[in-house]
Design a protein around this ligand. Sequence first.
Ligand code: ADP
Length: 466
Amino acid sequence: MLKKRNTVLLFGIVSIIILISVQIIIIKGVWQQKDEMFNLRYRLFSQDAISSMNRRLSTDGFDTVRFILNGYSEQAIIELSAIKNDSALAAKKKEILTFVQKALKQEEDLSDYLRNYFGRQGIEKNFNFKIVINRFELIDNDTRIPIYVSEEFADRTPPTPGSAPPSLIKKNTSEILVKGDRFERNNFRLDIECYIDFTNKQKTILKETFTSLALSGFSIIVVVMIFIIAFRNLMEEKRLSDLKTDFINNMTHELKTPLSTITVAGKTLEMPQIRNNDSKILETAKLIGKQSVHLNQLINMILEISMWERTQFQLDKKTIEIEEIMNDVVDSFKSGGGDGASINQKYNFNDAKVDLDAVYFTTLLNNLLSNAVKYSDKQPVIDIEGFTQNNNVYIKVADNGIGINKIDQKHIFDKFYRASTGNIHKVKGLGLGLYYVKKIAEAHGGDVTVSSKPGKGSIFTVTIPF
Ligand code: ADP
């Protein structure tokens, strides 16, 4: 059984891991595809926008930039030629580059056109516009004065003016290249690349892939849930089968004891020396009688339980003064031996009268008392407390016994459950006593609970409404 359970567990976990991995791969693929489609779509939209700009406004959006830079370059060439010192030269070049960057940023008209165009098309227009300078040179007659060359660009063939961009998307970034161009005038030459980067790209893709994502997530949750339910059923099946095995063992043991006593007693009666001894015969007969009663009780208990399963609990309720019946049960428990337990009673029922089935209630209390004695490793001390509160009768039976651990506390009211199966035959029982107690309390509209600490004793609280 253990092997089977482990195999099922392992199989289930492996299947779930495979399922999740497959789903992740599929989702990643779908995401990538959507991402590429998004880039392609916007790349085409941007080219449409650029051609429309050319057609309608006869500009590429950089006319002002070119005009400003040409004038500025002429001036810069003069200023540069006057500088002799290397570091001052480098500083001047830096200053020139900063100016070019600023002019590009402030004076280009392409980004606004793109935004408007996208807006008119009803597509996403929230993007960052970025211009990368790849090379900037001043031209003094036929001499070129390099101001800046980007590292990446140094060994790349520059685009010819007005040509298509060299690559679709800049690698490893979310930026989409929309334009790569060379601007050349009398006094300067500038190579640039323009990128758009969508701030809401992930959100848009997420929206588009949401259905597949949700379906994948849902299917994973369903599979995990089915697995958990199946595994729990398997565990429950195992628990019930263990309980059944324990019960059969206990039952055999319980039935065997009185039966073997009766067998031995019968054999004793056959002995000639006993037959002449009246007192021995009487004693043996009494023993047989007592064991037969015990056997009968055991069989009745089992029969009764199987009857409860099939029919409703039939109570024969009568209005009873609760304190009276409590005293009666405790007295008869004491006179029946009570295994030397010292029992303290403290009642505060305020003469409450409760509708009870006296026979079942007696069984309930007797089971609690006999357990308090059975599960004690020292001289048993039992404190019974009774009181009324909010139209309920509370009966607490506290003992100084071995106590019950937290895990067992959850199951002790189950049919056939016995705590610490390792000690199964040390204390006799069938695991039915507390099941009875619970059933009887519930049949009266009440309940029973336990609070206990191993080694410290247990308190059973029965509540019955009145
Ligand atoms: P049984 O006594 O026949 O085993 P019960 O249903 O009466 O069956 O009790 C179920 C289990 O609960 C017992 O096996 C025992 O381990 C535990 N138990 C019940 N009452 C007590 C108690 N007063 N103190 C400690 N353990 C108890």
